[in-house]
Write a protein that binds this ligand. Structure first.
Ligand code: ZN
Length: 228
């Protein structure tokens, strides 16, 4: 190489290595973005609480596993359990409206009765936690009213949330924790995102017992836990 080209060659070499380093770092940064696009997501949603026996255990597990969830509240069950509701909110979980009474014949008696039920529940959540809820889940049996009432809810600023996977705690009588795990795995298969229905009302101790294994399974499968 001719001597007069040497400084230019050196400058070029330095520039090239700098560009290579920047490019390498950019590709490192880009990698997680590509990962996010294909990210598997799961929403843990708990209906019908709060209960003294189950909700506290569920919150303990979620804290232990550092996972956030969404609780659809029955406000007639809040009296005397305000601290449980506040704990859920303080620990970063989402509280949504499910019902005041959870008595289908009352809730769906008329449009006015339906809206009264929603408003009563929302007011209790806001009074106890200071947070105005913005998600809603129909109490079972609302199928006939869903399409008409869903518009009323949207007009009032609610996002209506259903589910596409179940742990089986309502569907399978006396299901063991092992069965609940198996049912969660089976019904969430191929769902993107998976929205898993669980219950934290009083009869569902097995659900709280199954929860650590359910969370561990979906973590191992690379799911990211989401909340509304
Ligand atoms: Zn329910």
């Amino acid at each position: 190489m001719h001597k007069k080209y040497l400084p230019i060659t050196l400058v070029l070499a330095v520039l090239l290595s700098l560009l290579a380093a920047i490019g390498y770092r950019a590709s490192l940064r880009a990698a997680p973005t590509i990962g996010l696009a294909a990210e598997k997501q799961i929403y843990l949603t708990f209906d019908d609480g709060p209960s003294t026996k189950v909700t506290g255990k569920v919150l303990d597990v979620l804290k232990e596993e550092n996972v956030k969830a969404t609780f659809f509240i029955v406000s007639d069950r809040v009296a005397g359990r305000e601290n449980i509701l506040r704990r859920a909110a303080e620990e970063g979980h989402t509280l949504g409206v499910h019902s005041a009474s959870h008595v289908y014949s009352q809730i769906y008696a008329s449009q006015e009765a339906f809206l009264r039920d929603v408003e009563t529940c929302a007011n209790v959540i806001e009074r106890v936690t200071g947070i105005k809820p913005s998600v809603y889940r129909f109490p079972g049996g609302g199928d006939a009213h869903r399409s008409a009432y869903a518009n009323l809810l949207r007009e009032r600023g609610y996002r209506v949330v259903s589910w596409n996977a179940v742990c089986g705690d309502e569907e399978i009588p006396h299901a063991s924790a092992e069965t609940l795990l198996g049912e969660s795995v089976k019904t969430a298969q191929g769902k993107q995102p998976a929205v898993l229905l669980l219950h934290d009302s009083a009869p569902h101790r097995e659900t709280a017992d199954a929860l650590p294994e359910i969370i561990r399974y979906f973590k191992e499968q690379g799911y990211v836990f989401c909340q509304y």
